[in-house]
Write a protein that binds this ligand. Structure first.
Ligand code: ADP
Ligand code: MG
Length: 402
């Protein structure tokens, strides 16, 4: 064999290897002579695009015609920009779809180098085409799966929020129910003073001073009645759960007002001084329900009557906290009674759902577990301190707003 023919067959073998690698990798080579506009395509390039291998020379327009109509303008613009003198680019890369002669659509990733002369004019582009259809389809499928998953999560969250809102409302109505007899009693007292006042006026309608004084008392009684019913109505109204800034002082004052009207004469309710505190962040209605439950527990712990004390204070948590609070600013709400208290064994179990020491018609065992769940969901916590015979303090932490 001559030197020339040995070189010839080595070259042929090397070209065959290159073609094989191109076929396996689904990579087609191309070379564009930008002065003549003649494009040279490798066999694999033609195969990827579903074209007969014979057409290895073609014009730029053939490529443009193959582009998917939705990608055509963008892809051609990108190509022309890359080879423009102004861009001076030495690299070219883009992805687009082509339509094969049998109507199939394939995704192509094209990358190339641009050769330029000394003046910066683009002379040649040498590059490779890679068929990335499978990759794109997998990506699209993943995207679809992702969206379906996200939708399902959204649906679940929505369902859960609706269930929570229903449970919160039911809990609120139950707490109100526990106060119903006290409220009825309060209203009865008001109606009785209205009755006796009216009787006085009926007996002595000709004494203007007395009539005026009684009428004034009647107006006051009616005002009190209106205040109680409107408070009850707004309390019972169903609303969506939403955290909002709540002023601790006005929250506790209104709660105390409502308790005074509903717990009965043997109970006193005081709010310890707590003006000037920053607002806390929580769903106001759920917070009211939780506090109302704590107050009802306090009442139940003092069957003979007693004092319920409401308090609020600011607290900054820096390190580890016994109630498991994360570092940050909190408002600490307290409900204290001087009732029967609890032993350590009871205390350890009171926040378990359905744990109760009360007769079935009086206790569900849900008050404390729901109050704790609410506090934790709001980013706070709940803790109890109690000794038998020494009363109980329940503390509720909620994040300070802002
Ligand atoms: N202030 C309190 N004083 C004494 N015991 C209390 C107090 N609060 C709660 N408990 C105890 O915790 C238990 C659970 O309370 P709770 O979850 O509100 O359910 P329920 O009030 O329906 O029993 C009560 O049954 C009672 O034994
Ligand atoms: Mg309770």
């Amino acid at each position: 064999m001559t030197e020339a023919s040995r070189l010839q067959s080595a070259l042929a073998a090397s070209e065959a290897r290159l073609r094989r690698v191109q076929r396996i990798g689904q990579v087609g080579g191309f070379e564009i002579d930008l002065s003549s506009g003649i494009n040279l395509r490798s066999a694999e390039y033609m195969a990827v695009q579903g074209l007969p291998a014979a057409a290895v020379h073609e014009a730029h327009a053939h490529w443009v015609a193959r582009l998917h109509p939705e990608d055509r303008d963008r892809a051609e613009r990108r190509f022309l920009e890359a080879i423009s003198e102004a861009s001076g680019a030495l690299d070219y890369a883009q992805e687009y779809r082509i339509v094969t002669p049998d109507g199939g659509v394939r995704w192509i990733s094209a990358r190339a180098e641009i050769e330029r002369d000394a003046e910066g004019r683009a002379l040649r582009m040498v590059g490779a085409h890679h068929d990335i259809t499978a990759l794109r389809e997998t990506q699209a499928e993943l995207e679809r799966l992702n969206q379906a998953l996200e939708q399902r999560v959204r649906d679940e969250v929505e369902k859960r929020e609706a269930a929570q809102a229903r449970a919160a409302h039911a809990e609120r109505m139950r707490a109100l129910g526990q106060l119903a007899s006290g409220i009825a009693h309060d209203m009865n007292n008001l109606l009785q003073s209205v009755q006796s006042g009216a009787a006085i006026i009926a007996r002595a309608p000709d004494q203007p001073d007395q009539v005026a004084a009684v009428a004034e008392a009647l107006l006051q009684a009616a005002d009190r009645g209106t205040a109680v019913t409107s408070r009850l109505l707004s309390f019972a109204r169903q609303a969506e759960l939403r955290a909002e800034p709540v002023d601790p002082a006005s929250l506790l004052t209104q709660l105390a007002e409502m308790l005074r009207h509903s717990l009965g004469r043997r109970y006193a309710c005081q709010v310890e001084p707590c003006a000037q505190l920053p607002p806390l962040l929580a769903d106001r209605r759920q917070l009211e329900t939780a506090l109302l439950n704590l107050a009802i527990n306090a009442r139940d712990a003092m069957p003979g009557g007693g004092l319920i004390s409401l308090s609020a204070a600011a607290e900054r948590v820096a390190g580890a906290h016994p109630a498991g609070l994360a570092p940050g600013a909190y408002i600490r709400l307290g409900v204290r009674d001087d009732g029967m208290g609890m032993d350590a064994e009871t205390l350890a179990r009171v926040t378990e759902p359905f744990f109760t020491t009360k007769p079935a018609e009086q206790g569900t065992g849900l008050g404390l577990s729901m109050a704790k769940g609410f506090a934790e969901q709001s980013g706070g916590g709940l803790a109890l301190e109690s000794e038998p015979g020494e009363g109980t303090l329940v503390t509720l932490w909620l994040p300070a707003a802002g």
